[in-house]
Design a protein around this ligand. Structure first.
Ligand SMILES: Nc1ncnc2c1ncn2[C@@H]1O[C@H](COP(=O)(O)OP(=O)(O)OP(=O)(O)O)[C@@H](O)[C@H]1O
Ligand code: SF4
Ligand SMILES: [Mg+2]
Length: 316
């Protein structure tokens, strides 16, 4: 008997543009496709993930790179770390425990450019450490010798070593206590405000975090982007019923939202191997209409830079 093959469209028909100086918070429940979207944005596609169609374009000066056309070797040499870098989900645990931070840094940089001069790399790393308030001594330590917050800052230092224009951070604060979370968020803002990186995509399921760090918010539901707009506008006036549910009252204190998480919307997200027809949110939506059960709502710009996929805002 062969293994059962199920195809899951973990991100499906999404359209996302990141501009210079954007800090985009990507929010969605577990399994909504946030990490998959991050991998697609870098074209880091490895089995079981497959890229079925679409394009990932990166403006580099006057040139536009179509990342989906590049081999992994070219991506590694030209794009990853230099143009787009990622702090992957669970990066804290992924640090090789048997290697000192110094060696981890050298390994990362050498994977992009085997011919680098080690002293130069370490010099660069120490400069970055100073910039983000990490003691230089940390470079000679093992990951387990650092506190959670210091380790996460070491990860940020490593990811930003080559001054990537875009930094994608996948749930970088989820495993940390509230005080450490604040410190790590500040580190992201430090590298951003110092212009070391130009833009951030910050993935989280914590709306409160997004409100602290992001300029724009992107809401994902069941592999789709359902809303995209400035944090200010989306928080003040969410358009999509799912966003509305996530945010609760805008007057809700941040601690309350943090405690409640995203769990209070009744029902479960769908199985992506067999998503419901029409709008994927319709089984949970208090406003669902006939058309919502039949046809997928288009993702449209309802006001300048405010996008939503919901039949409440589309002409049929
Ligand atoms: N290695 C895998 N094999 C099979 N299915 C996967 C794999 N990785 C992800 N998926 C599926 O793809 C969908 C999206 O997963 P993804 O990890 O992108 O979600 P996420 O929003 O990052 O979730 P989380 O908040 O838990 O990190 C999920 O339905 C998941 O079951
Ligand atoms: S399209 Fe319909 S079901 Fe989907 S969110 Fe809008 S109103 Fe609700
Ligand atoms: Mg994830």
């Amino acid at each position: 008997m062969g293994a059962i093959q199920r195809t899951i469209k973990a991100v499906d028909g999404v359209s996302l543009r990141i501009f210079e100086r954007d800090v985009v918070g990507v929010v969605g429940e577990s399994g909504s496709g946030k990490s998959t979207l991050a991998n697609v944005m870098m074209m880091n596609i490895r089995p079981p993930l497959m890229f079925v169609g679409g394009s990932v374009r990166l403006n580099v000066g006057k040139e536009v790179l179509e990342l989906q056309k590049l081999d992994r070797d070219v991506l590694r040499e030209k794009v990853w770390g230099r143009e787009i870098a990622i702090v992957p989900q669970s990066a804290l645990n992924a640090l090789m425990p048997t290697l000192k931070i110094r060696k981890l840094i050298l390994d990362v940089v050498k994977s992009h450019n085997p011919d680098v001069v080690e002293d130069e790399v370490i010099g660069l790393a120490l400069k970055r450490f100073r910039e983000i308030g990490l003691p230089e001594i940390a470079i000679n330590m093992y990951p387990f010798e650092l506190s959670g917050g210091m380790r996460q800052r070491a990860v940020i230092a490593i990811a930003t070593l080559l001054n990537p224009r875009l930094l994608i951070a996948d749930e970088p604060t989820s495993a940390l206590d509230v005080v450490t979370q604040k410190m790590v968020l500040k580190t992201f803002l430090d590298v951003y405000n110092r212009n070391i990186i130009k833009s951030i995509v910050f993935i989280t399921h914590d709306i409160a975090t997004v409100r602290q760090i992001a300029t724009r918010i992107v809401i994902m539901y069941a592999g789709k982007i359902v809303e995209d707009g400035s944090v200010e506008e989306v928080v003040a006036k969410p358009l999509h019923p799912y966003t509305d549910g996530l945010l609760g009252s805008v007057l809700t204190p941040e601690e309350e939202i943090r405690k409640r998480g995203l769990k209070y919307i009744p029902g479960q997200p769908p199985d992506l191997a067999n998503p419901p027809p029409g709008c994927r949110f319709h089984p949970r939506c208090p406003f669902a209409m006939d058309i919502c059960r039949r046809e997928e709502p288009p993702f449209i710009e309802v006001e300048k830079s405010r996008f939503v996929a919901c039949w409440l805002y589309s002409k049929r």
